[in-house]
Design a protein around this ligand. Structure first.
Ligand code: IMP
Ligand code: MG
Length: 190
């Protein structure tokens, strides 16, 4: 367990406040409702990071949709960087063949995770496959991929909260913050 009990002490500054998140997610929800109106859409939450975004975004969408969940893990990833080699820890329950699929993810960083995931899902022949990310760090991209919908484009800083973790912690912080680099409390080993 981290030593400090107040998670906010490990956060150097707020990047996106709860108010900013609410406003932008409402805008995205309205846009998606328009774009997916009348379509057989399945919204796929990528666990665990997208949990809050998925929950808030889906409730801002007014079109009919089905929800599904996938959990993926990267081989050999450190707390800060993914290896990009994806293992499906939990697959979705529904078939996506011929359906409009919208992947809901927390952040696109190197892009490697979503590159692997989209090529896997494309092989199941959906009618369309798009990506909606809350956050995009385009400076970090290591492959040719971009989200179709983005909440916020952010600078190259490690962020926490609103689903995003460091070593499994901080997902319950209700805003998006920048981790305090001087604080060792977030590592389980100390
Ligand atoms: P990518 O494959 O490099 O695009 O990484 C995607 C995954 O890395 C995300 O789903 C997050 O779990 C994690 N990640 C990337 N950047 C951050 C960050 O700034 N904070 C927390 N997690 C991050
Ligand atoms: Mg993570």
């Amino acid at each position: 367990m981290p030593e400090k009990t107040d998670m906010n002490k490990d956060i150097a500054r707020t990047l996106l406040s709860q108010e900013q998140l609410v406003v932008r997610i409402a805008e995205l929800g309205a846009q998606l409702s328009e774009d997916y109106e009348g379509k057989d859409v399945i919204l796929v939450c990528i666990l665990k990071g997208a949990v809050h975004f998925f929950s808030d975004l889906s409730r801002r969408m007014t079109c009919h949709l089905e929800m599904d969940f996938m959990a993926i893990s990267s081989y050999g990833n450190s707390a800060r960087k993914t290896s990009g080699i994806v293992r499906i820890a939990k697959d979705m329950d529904s078939s996506i063949t011929g359906r409009h699929v919208l992947i809901v993810e927390d952040i696109m960083d190197s892009g490697l995770t979503l590159k692997h995931l989209t090529s896997l899902l494309e092989s199941r022949q959906p009618a369309s496959l798009k990506i909606c990310c809350l956050l995009d760090k385009p400076e970090r991209r290591e492959c040719d991929i971009a989200p179709d919908y983005v909440g916020f484009t952010i600078p190259n800083e490690f962020v926490l909260g609103y689903g995003l973790d460091y070593d499994g912690y901080y997902r319950n912080v209700p805003y998006v913050g920048i981790m305090d680099p001087a604080t060792p409390a977030h590592t389980r080993e100390g």
